[in-house]
Design a protein around this ligand. Structure first.
Ligand code: FAD
Length: 448
């Protein structure tokens, strides 16, 4: 570095800088504390200063200054990532894009917004026009569109549209290069996806254009079971039925639902629970299926009731399930798994038999990028040691289940399967030739 990051505010005094060390430390963190391993490894990693630009020109001024002075930049949305994704590994500036949050337009079934827009707001802006976001992570109230693209996977809606990475979901991105004279380019389709899930290391995304779904007045239900297999069967049958419109199907093996203290009045302790978000016209089929399988519909709220209560079951799904469990028991952690579409029920039952009591089964039903119906898991683990955690993940792999290890923070160790695709590296070279975007997050690239 030729200048300390803390000197930067005096060069651009009109911008919104945060220098108070405790606020800077807070804005250097995300939800990596779900992992005892990451909590330890990322302890003490903080930026030196935070800046919150409001316009593209302000972003350009910060980026140009950092590039001239060789100061690292870590991009941040709302900091709901799980792997220390917006934690600076080499200090520098935290570029908080949450104030760069304008909704741009919705035309037909396509919407476009600035990267810092919260997903809830994007969704609300599209609804009066007859559309909604195709996927809502359970963090939709606070998470940003840019953060979901940079570090997320999908969420409710992935049962119809697959993950964000499925072709046709993200249509284009506007990206800024990190150079003394920053350039701005539009990338379309597959080129845009080369910046997806790279934790903000190969380009600063300014705007995103996404395909939308038809707006639907979703009903929210819980069905509980005494029998594990019957609950799994309901989730599978209802989830796979192509004529039954739904947004979310989640299986919670006992005792996970017992951690949902705010829903306790609706649930029998020790029950296996299927959480469903479905179209009103699919409710009769759900009732019939549930009663055939011995399930009890124990909670039902119409879309209007959900809107009036400001409480949605979506905030009990995906990694919110883990959050609710952690609020009750700090000794828990989790793993992320992907089951084989050809035999996921057999895999789930075998792993439940092998690890019952230590691994609590939480499954999210979805379509893969290629369209196959399956489930992914965010299993809750009663944590003992790191060695045992690794053993559990190995047992899963031995059963043919894919592991997305949430206890690592380097891009290649997460979803990129150990190495970066050449196209991803080419984007890094093109958009961050000095290697200033959170140095240390990518292992397999170094400035030429
Ligand atoms: P941040 O955490 O701020 O950033 C995420 C990553 O993207 C960082 O690496 C950051 O550098 C990068 N980034 C942010 N903005 C930009 C930009 N404009 N340009 C380039 N890079 C950028 N994820 C899911 O996919 N589905 C879920 O249902 C889900 N549920 C969750 C539940 C809980 C309780 C928690 C804690 C996490 C969950 N996550 C989920 C993970 C997380 O919420 C998502 O990844 C979320 O969309 C991140 O948004 P954010 O704005 O908080 O991003």
């Amino acid at each position: 570095c030729t200048a300390a990051a803390t000197d930067l505010p005096q060069h651009l005094p009109a911008l919104d800088w945060i220098t108070d060390p405790s606020r800077v430390a807070r804005l250097s963190q995300d939800f990596a504390w779900f992992s005892p391993v990451l909590k330890r490894e990322l302890s003490g990693k903080v930026g030196e200063v935070v800046v919150r630009p409001r316009t593209e020109d302000e972003i350009r001024q910060v980026v140009a200054l950092c590039a001239r002075e060789s100061v690292p930049i870590t991009v941040r949305g709302s900091g709901t990532g799980n792997y220390g994704q917006c934690t600076p590994l080499a200090g520098g500036v935290v570029l908080d894009l949450s104030a760069y949050n304008g909704f741009l337009w919705c035309r037909g079934a396509v919407g476009r917004a600035q990267a810092g827009i919260r997903l809830a707001e994007f969704d609300e802006r599209c609804r009066p026009l007859g559309h909604e976001l195709r996927w809502l992570p359970s963090t939709f109230r606070s998470a940003t569109l840019g953060g979901l693209f940079g570090g997320g996977f999908g969420g409710a809606g992935s049962i119809n549209y697959g993950p964000l990475a499925a072709p046709g979901n993200v249509l284009g991105v506007r990206v800024m290069t990190v150079e003394p004279e920053p350039q701005v380019l539009e990338l379309r389709g597959p080129d845009a996806m080369l910046l997806h899930h790279t934790y903000g290391t190969n380009g600063i995304v300014l705007e995103l254009e996404v395909a939308l779904a038809p707006a639907t007045p979703w009903t929210e239900c819980l069905v509980e079971f005494d029998d594990y297999g019957a609950a799994l069967q309901l989730a599978t049958e209802f989830g796979a039925a192509p004529g039954l419109l739904k947004k979310e199907v989640c299986f919670l093996g006992a005792p996970i639902a017992d951690y949902f203290t705010a829903l306790a009045e609706h649930l029998t302790p020790g029950a296996h629970v299927v959480l469903l978000v479905l179209a009103p016209e699919a409710e009769a089929a759900l009732q019939a299926m549930a009663s055939r399988l011995g399930g009890r519909l124990c909670y039902r709220k119409s879309a209007d009731e959900v809107a009036a209560s400001h409480r949605t079951l979506l905030e009990y799904t995906w990694n919110h399930t883990t959050l609710h469990a952690l609020k009750v028991d700090k000794g828990l952690t989790y793993i992320q798994t992907g089951f084989d579409p050809q035999r996921f029920q057999a895999q789930v039952l075998a792993l439940e038999a092998a690890l019952a009591g230590e691994v609590l089964m939480h499954l999210e039903f979805l379509r893969t990028k290629e369209g196959a119906f399956t489930c992914s898991g965010l299993q809750i683990i009663r944590y003992t040691t790191e060695a045992r955690l690794n053993e559990i993940m190995q047992i899963y792999r031995d059963h043919g289940v894919f592991i997305n290890n949430p206890h690592v923070y380097v891009v290649e160790d997460g979803k990129q399967a150990g190495q970066l695709a050449p196209g991803v590296l080419a984007m890094k070279q093109r958009f961050d030739p000095q290697g200033l975007l959170n140095p240390g997050k990518l292992r397999s690239w170094a400035p030429a």
